[in-house]
Design a protein around this ligand. Sequence first.
Ligand code: SF4
Length: 219
Amino acid sequence: MYEEEEYLQLSGIQHFAFCRRQWALAYIELQWAENVRTVEGRLLHEKAHTVTSREKRGDRIISRAMPVSSRELGISGECDVVEFHRCGEGISLQGYDGRYDVIPVEYKKGKPKSSHVDILQLAAQGMCLEEMLCCEIPYGYLYYGETRHREKIVLTEEIRDEVREMLREMHDYFRRKYTPKVKWSKGCQACSLKDLCLPVLGKNKSARSYVDAHVQEDM
Ligand code: SF4
């Protein structure tokens, strides 16, 4: 169980799955705040979150921008949308009659990716909701703006194990303030941090130490 001050950002899972160094530059070496926003915009939501709101549509209650967290995983973040579907069993909701299934829905602007980073993020959201609401969430949806289609994603034990393992690794890196060395991949070309990452060096240096060294040279 993690303390609140140890929580990492849920959205970081996508960065970490894409490139561990990118995540470390963004979330450990915080001097890249401007670029983090660029990456967030391109790789993650790309969707303006509104303040938390809830609306009822027939047998569904739709909650937007819902804050979530997990002590077990040590993360906090936000769900784009959580749908509560009225059913025979499930959880009760304050102010509403009946019982409800809980279904996270993550919105993405683009189309489905070849990697499963979006699924990892959705699974982490589902696991947070399970812990917060004491319920089981067997599936969620990923909605892609380009295809205007939502895909049902079963939150399997395998994907949950991967989320747990990834978060253990992220917490370990964060505790040690560890930035992995550059490792070239196809993704580097499209990476918004590539200029700051300095992949051309290909050495085991943190970006901070590179910049510090050059500042000292200039002085
Ligand atoms: S340029 Fe490549 S190695 Fe560097 S952070 Fe981006 S993806 Fe990772």
